[in-house]
Ligand binder design. Structure first.
Ligand code: GP9
Ligand code: MN
Length: 635
């Protein structure tokens, strides 16, 4: 029976059985139904491939349906025959993406991103690695595409264009609004639950779970294109010159204290999760919180006015600063946004000097985009979660104890000289997983975040102590410089009253809050040389320039200072706050504090200049990164 004659013949319409109408509608929309069912099946299969527990079918279905709807909506704009072709093409695109995602996950345990694709295209030998990762079952995604190719033509031949424009537009509008509504709901819920995640993209796997694989890729492509458009806008040459001469001035050595001291020695840099300064040399119920760090501080050059300077990128921002001496991104995470830039990172420059460079971290390789960014930063190797035996877990992932033990074995096997960058994990918020380890007495702080932190950081301290002691015993320390620092604060603002109470501070000012945002930083030299305490105001931005001086590295593109050869006490924070060691400027209230008296002071022309300098430095850093300036600066 001709479809058109049934539907269009108003005299005959009442003669048609309802069942026939349904049947006809199904045949007429077979392409839509098939597309929907096939893509759903593939995304479910994809979830199962990646992690059956994490991506349960129930959790995947709603966001996947939501992300499909806008594509379906567009399909209704086409006449039926064209619609089939459109859906077929969209199916191919989605299937190829899922195929790539599956293969990529097998290796990196992360979701593929545009930056990751671009970076791997630049790597030699990546082609054969990818080929070796592909498995027969991955072709499940593509099977229907091959099967349907010959059928589409004959399907279209039997189908007729019968839906009028008005109905098609209506269908488009209804399905699109439904899709946007549902997507909006999931995005809103996510932004309430984890406000930073959408801009920092720190956990792509989680984002994919909440928004669906397709939406993740749309956001990722959008971010990538926006960044590319931004960097296409050429900076005026005067601006480039201004930045260049500022960098020249900054990186003009003012002395030769310890210059080249590290030549031929190893560098072991340890970034400790949530290690704040207030626990150093402090006691709870008569017991030292960090007895091991306190002991090692006495054998090292210790900086007791060292600030973390991180922004939304948190841990990754700390890594970014100590390895690049450029400021974190104004919004989002530098580790995601700038992973396609050319950088003159510590590992890269060390590598040029013949060093072996390796990063170590006991959590998902793709978290904070590390698997991509460590390559951009020039590390030869990244020992992420997939390189460790996950034999003991504390909090998020591999326990610090096992992490240090396994890393030590790897260090011993490494060709010297090396630069090893180690990022710890166990003392991660909310710190309540170290309960079963040790019996640190936190009476009086039980059931509080601060109490959990004290116990958590006590555990981390114990592992750090064991690691450092072993390094010393094994003799590796005799030929190594160790730099150790905390990545960011442990007690967020919501819980700050617990910390004020611990510190006996009442009616705290913003200056007092900032003074509590210090993290420990120590440099240990062989044979405990140069031990002592240095009170200079400094921060994470200054780590790379300091190392560059000690290891005679040639880098003129750092915005921090060499602490060994500078009398400046300049520390700038991403929000525009800054200190010069005497005055502290708090950007959100526009108030200056005199550090020694703690009282507020009025702006002087000199302070106004400093404020401008802080803003300039931040915007220079933004321009360098947004316009990928190091690509042309670094010869
Ligand atoms: C995870 C770890 C945590 O890999 O570095 O990052 P954070 O949540 O502290 O930014
Ligand atoms: Mn951290």
């Amino acid at each position: 029976m001709d479809v058109r004659s049934v539907i269009n013949n108003k005299y005959n319409r009442y003669l048609v059985e309802p069942f026939d109408i349904i049947k006809l509608q199904i045949i007429q929309h077979l392409d839509v139904l098939l597309f929907f069912a096939l893509v759903m099946m593939k995304v479910m299969y994809y979830g199962k491939q990646i992690s059956p527990d994490y991506f349960s079918a129930d959790s995947l279905r709603p966001p996947v349906i939501a992300s499909m709807l806008p594509f379906l909506a567009v399909a209704f704009l086409f006449k039926e025959k064209k619609r089939t072709n459109y859906l077929y093409i969209i199916n191919i695109i989605i299937s190829v993406i899922l195929f790539a995602d599956t293969v990529y996950f097998r290796y990196f345990k992360d979701i593929i991103s545009v930056a990751a694709v671009r970076n791997s295209l630049q790597l030699k030998g990546m082609g054969s690695t990818i080929m070796s990762l592909i498995q027969g079952k991955d072709f499940y995604y593509l099977a229907d595409i091959a099967a349907f190719a010959p059928m589409i033509k004959s399907f279209n031949k039997h189908k007729q264009n019968i839906i009028n424009v008005k109905t098609r537009l209506l269908l488009f509008a209804v399905v699109l609004s439904l899709g946007i509504g549902l997507d909006g709901k999931y995005i809103y819920e996510l932004s309430k639950d984890q406000p930073m995640l959408l801009t920092t993209m720190s956990n792509k796997v989680y984002l994919t779970k909440i928004l669906g694989n397709i939406n993740f890729h749309i956001i990722d492509i959008n971010n990538f294109v926006m960044k590319e458009i931004n960097s296409l806008k050429p900076l005026p040459s005067e601006r480039k010159n201004e930045i260049n001469s500022y960098l020249d001035n900054k990186n003009n050595s003012q002395g030769n204290n310890l210059t080249g001291y590290g030549n031929g020695k190893n560098l072991i840099m340890i970034q400790v999760e949530a290690l704040q300064q207030f626990v150093i040399n402090a006691k709870v119920n008569g017991n030292e919180i960090t007895p091991n760090l306190n002991r090692w501080i006495n054998k090292s050059l210790y900086f007791d006015n060292f600030f973390y300077q991180v922004a939304a990128g948190n841990t990754s921002d700390a890594e970014f600063m100590t390895n690049n001496s450029l400021y974190p991104a104004a919004s989002g995470a530098a580790y995601y946004m700038y992973s396609g830039d050319q950088l003159n990172s510590l590992a890269k420059v060390m590598d040029q000097k013949g060093y072996n460079t390796t990063a170590f971290h006991g959590y998902e390789d793709g978290f904070w985009n590390r698997n991509v960014m460590y390559k951009t930063e020039g590390f030869d190797k990244f020992n992420g979660e997939t390189s460790f035996n996950l034999d003991e877990k504390v909090g998020l992932g591999l326990s610090d104890k096992s992490f240090f033990n396994q890393s030590l074995d790897k260090l011993k096997d490494m060709k010297q000289p090396f630069y090893s960058f180690m990022v710890t994990l166990s003392s991660h918020y909310p710190y309540d997983d170290a309960k079963g380890y040790g019996n640190f007495d936190i009476t009086g702080y039980d059931g509080t975040l601060l109490g959990d932190y004290l116990r958590g950081i006590h555990y981390a301290d114990e592992q750090l102590g064991m690691f450092l002691d072993k390094l010393e015993k094994d003799g590796l320390m005799d030929n190594s410089i160790i730099v150790l620092y905390g990545d960011h604060n442990a007690i967020p603002r919501e819980y700050i009253d617990q910390l004020y109470k611990f510190e006996n501070i009442s009616n705290a000012t913003d200056l007092q809050w900032y003074q509590l945002q210090k993290v420990p930083m120590l440099i240990h030299f062989p044979k405990d040389q140069y031990k002592g305490v240095n009170h200079i105001y400094t921060g994470q931005m200054d780590v790379y320039p300091t190392i560059a001086n000690m290891f005679n590295l040639d880098n003129k593109y750092m915005l921090g200072k060499d602490i060994m050869n500078s009398s400046e006490q300049w520390v700038v924070f991403r929000n525009g706050s800054f200190t010069d060691g005497k005055v502290f400027y708090v950007s959100w209230t526009n108030i200056y504090y005199d550090i020694s008296s703690g009282s507020t002071i009025l702006e002087t022309p000199q302070l106004k200049k400093e404020k401008e300098r802080a803003m300039n430095e931040l915007s220079y850093s933004d321009d360098i990164l947004n316009s990928n300036l190091l690509k042309s600066f670094v010869k």
